[in-house]
Design a protein around this ligand. Structure first.
Ligand code: KG4
Length: 331
């Protein structure tokens, strides 16, 4: 049954439309991603209504491309996995409806997947299985949350952001300083040109010993400094901003690992593309730590992680049916 299983994954929770064919939850045969970055660039952020319309226009060609690239036929597909939570409801609905139509017409199971859990699955697609339990740090444009992951579908939330997601803070600061979209890569690039690296910004939740994250205070501090000191160098400002944001991520990750004794960690989501973050984590880790980062194309939204995680549910006989719905949030 689980020998040569082909899964189709669909993802449209935010601003990427993606379809992917994965074999046995591990081997990516295709992973077609259409990013709406250009469509939303003028707005410096994702406009939900525009996003869902764009998904609708492109989802069928994206599925077709993924099938062709993988060289498979619809009749070869054993299940269809789809992100059904969390995300923009109008966007989620587009791939959910496609998934249901395929499930119904092909007579194969539909499996609804938690987008955040799917992000943490990405290392499995590159031959890196963390083994349970592991600490999962999910940092993206829409979410910032840290878990103890005990099994597929068994994740204990250690802490979440109290306000913005980490990527969202990058995007908003980049918008405020008018340095490009998406903000994370624009800030990382500009920060490498900073000469002075000791510009002071307040530490975030410095005295807190729980696992909460918060980024809105640092955003305000950057805005106030920029407003009050018109001559301030943008590169130096974003360098300081980036250090503060990444610092709290690294601090929380290692606090969780040390307190729980769990040395296996997965860091995933768009912000995990940050080379500076990888460097800071590398500096902080010791020989007993096993820290997995997916490669960049699997950090940002993609359907391979959805098809891959879907396999784990398929293999356990955990299916959904045509009553499957979408949810903007998860607990
Ligand atoms: O996972 P993803 O596609 O998330 C959502 O769509 O929610 O990640 C996109 C987010 C954006 O907010 C982007 O600014 C951020 O990931 N990002 C980064 C970097 N590359 C992407 N943030 C910080 N540093 C980076 N190098």
């Amino acid at each position: 049954m689980t020998n040569n299983v082909l899964g189709l994954g669909l993802e449209s929770s935010c601003d990427e439309t993606s379809a992917s064919i994965v074999r046995n939850g591990k081997t990516i045969l295709s992973n077609t991603v259409f990013s709406q970055i250009e469509i939303h660039r003028d707005f410096y952020g994702v406009v939900p209504e525009i996003a869902s319309r764009a998904h609708l226009e492109i989802i069928n060609p994206i599925i077709e491309t993924a099938m062709n690239e993988a060289g498979v036929d619809f009749n070869d597909i054993d299940y269809v996995a789809v992100t059904n939570r969390p995300g923009l409801v109008g966007s989620l609905l587009v791939s959910l409806q496609s998934a249901k139509a395929l499930s119904f017409s092909l007579g194969i199971p539909v499996i609804g997947v938690n987008h955040l859990e799917a992000h943490l699955y990405a290392p499995y697609l590159e031959g890196n299985e963390p083994g349970f339990p592991f600490i999962g740090l999910l940092i993206s444009g829409g979410n910032t949350v840290m878990y103890i992951v005990r099994d597929f579908g068994d994740m204990e939330v250690l802490g979440k952001t109290a306000d913005d997601a980490a990527g969202e803070a990058f995007d908003k600061i980049a918008k405020y300083l008018d340095i490009g979209y998406p903000g994370g890569p624009a800030i990382e690039k500009l920060a490498t040109t900073a000469v002075r690296k000791n510009l002071y910004l307040p530490k975030i939740l410095a005295g807190s010993h729980d696992y909460r994250f918060s980024f809105s205070g640092i955003k305000t501090a950057v805005a106030v400094l920029y407003r009050n000191e018109p001559g301030v160098d943008k590169a130096e400002l974003v360098y300081a901003f980036q250090e503060r944001v990444l610092e709290i991520l690294v601090r929380r990750l290692f606090a969780a690992s040390r307190r729980t004794g769990i040395r296996r960690m997965v860091v995933a989501g768009g912000v995990a593309c940050s080379m500076r973050l990888r460097e800071l984590i590398d500096n902080a880790k010791d020989d007993d730590d096993v820290i997995l980062f997916p490669s960049s194309s699997l950090c940002t939204d993609n359907a391979a992680m959805v098809a891959g995680l879907g396999f784990q549910y398929f293999a356990r006989g955990i299916y959904d049916d045509l009553n499957l719905d979408v949810y903007a949030r998860v607990k």
